[in-house]
Design a protein around this ligand. Sequence first.
Ligand code: GLU
Length: 428
Amino acid sequence: MASTPEALAQAPLEWDTPLYRMAVSQFEQAVEVAKVPAEIAERLRFPERAFIVSVPVRMDDGRRVVFPGYRVQHSSILGPTKGGIRYDPQVTLGECAALAMWMTWKCALLRLPYGGAKGGVRCDPRSLSSREIEGLTRRFTSELLPIIGPQEDIPAPDMATNEQTMAWMMDTYSMQLGYAVPEIVTGKPIAIGGSVFRHEATGAGVVMVVGRACDRLGLRLEEMRCVVQGFGNVGGIAALELYERGATVTAVSDASGGLHEEDGLDVPALHAYAREHGSLADNDTGRRISNEELLELECDVLVLAAREDQLTAENAPRINASMIAEGANGPTTLGADAILAERGILILPDVLTNAGGVTVSYFEWVQDLGRLFWTRDEIRAKLADKLSDAFDRVWDLAEEQRSTLRTAALVGGIREVSQALEARGIFP
Ligand code: GLU
């Protein structure tokens, strides 16, 4: 067996899973276009640090269960690492590594002084009580203490985590230091240093990006017929923003399935229903459809705001949308990407389209550090500026290099990080 340093580095690594391979393949496609020096590219193919913990939790029935937890930090070149914490049965080291790499390109593209990270605990959050989730969150946070910090790595919400989860993380961290440290996490409740508009930021950002794409294409957002997969913090808010801006939302879905009404759904009424019943299951508005059927509905804009791997080479030939907005991270596989590009379907890529969340996270962190807080209008305006600037850079680069928006967005992000890496050099 070859044992040169290069050959050893190429051998499968612990985080080598299908999703990580997808992130690396996207990176490799973009790096060729970005014309980044080979040794710089080689450094960015790997996360800087991957941390595995086991999290014991005392369950309500007295049992003790140990859950696996992860935190991967991809790059600290531009500043502290930043990214969400998810609670999901599919969380693995490889999934976190892929998502951490995407966070690096996302932060760099938006010109935020951060690198990417992602973490999570492999569990089924729907089968856990609130007390069990609190215990899991507090113990997971204390296991992460050696690697997180306001200048090192700043967690935020992701799948199945929310303001309350961040409050428990902030409290656990602060209790160790003996004083309140709001800047350790973002996406916190406003009462403990959270930012106004952070809750809405990802979904609202998705719609800002769709609006910008409509402007460039000479279309009117209010004439768009939209289908939204996912009704959580991203999809639910995106559907509401689309509705409020006059677009027609013809279908939405959550984990229980979808609702379809060609004349348009009353999105605020669906929100009221989901708030009262916990999900859209058993709601009898319109026609009930599966998540798979929802993806294939005819529409102008399909918003993917559920999870990764939704559009694949199998269903891509049947997608009936003109534009796809990626609210989730990694919802389109490489195979689907190629088929959709061939079919002329425009994809607004995740690293640009869902960047509203981390952008307002950055505003939250800056406000916490400065102990000075901005108004909702100020934050909304600053977010619109940041997203429009990134959108225009991506759109122009895609035209200039005749590439997809995904490649242009990745090239934009990769170039920012590479320049910094080249300037800083390798230590020691
Ligand atoms: N989890 C979100 C994302 O994937 C937000 C991360 C953050 O705000 O730091 O972009």
